[in-house]
Design a protein. Structure first.
Length: 212
């Protein structure tokens, strides 16, 4: 998809509050960067912006070409996990019931890869956690979560805590205590690459994800 065809798509949905993409604003001055946008965001999953909300792209204002390229890489690396059985075969295991927070949204079901989660490394294309939501009785991949433990299971947050890891130009959320028995204090970062999030690409909760 080129910038021209993407803007044509957005023009069709202008009544929903979706903004056009400005080549100058978004630094999309050639087809290569426009293709990165189309890889990072499926045009069929664009969502309306709140009234009066101004943004260059509908993925919560993400316009930096490097971030878009990184998001495209994550989508390419995790596309196979739309089939949860492939995720399980690759070492991702279900951890808890569906997570949701009243008034903020949900995270869905977490599938955690112990071999990735036990090290201190952060790799763009191998997230420690996959997030799924239930749709028509089946699990649907909605996003990924990067996780870095900073202590023993169920230990308090160390003081001082180590610096937060950084991906996509953003520091991870935290430090925070573990959320379930056996979870260590940690940093994490949620990335909603497969389910648009009105709260932002990197928000912790997604109003579009429900546990109902």
């Amino acid at each position: 998809m080129t910038l021209l065809t993407m803007n044509a798509y957005l023009e069709q949905r202008r009544g929903e509050g979706i903004a056009r993409i400005s080549a100058q604003q978004a630094n999309l001055d050639h087809d290569h960067n426009a293709q990165l946008v189309s890889q990072a965001i499926n045009p069929d999953t664009y969502y309306p912006l709140p009234p009066g909300k101004q943004t260059d792209l509908v993925n919560a204002g993400t316009t930096d070409p490097q971030v878009l390229q990184d998001l495209a890489q994550v989508r390419q690396a995790t596309a196979k996990y739309h089939d949860v059985n492939v995720a399980i075969a690759d070492g991702y295991l279900p951890t808890t019931a569906c997570d949701a927070k009243p008034g903020e949204g949900g995270m869905g079901y977490h599938y955690f890869n112990p071999s990735l989660g036990m090290d201190s490394e952060v790799n763009l294309t191998t997230p420690e956690i996959l997030m799924y939501a239930s749709a028509d009785g089946k699990l649907r991949l909605v996003g990924v979560e990067y996780f870095v433990g900073i202590g023993a299971p169920e230990a308090p947050v160390p003081n001082p805590a180590p610096p937060a890891p950084v991906l996509f130009g953003l520091p991870f959320d935290g430090p925070m205590l573990g959320h379930i028995p056996g979870m260590p204090p940690h940093y994490d970062l949620h990335v909603w690459i497969w389910q648009p999030n009105p709260s932002g690409m990197f928000a912790m909760w997604n109003p579009k994800v429900s546990c109902k």
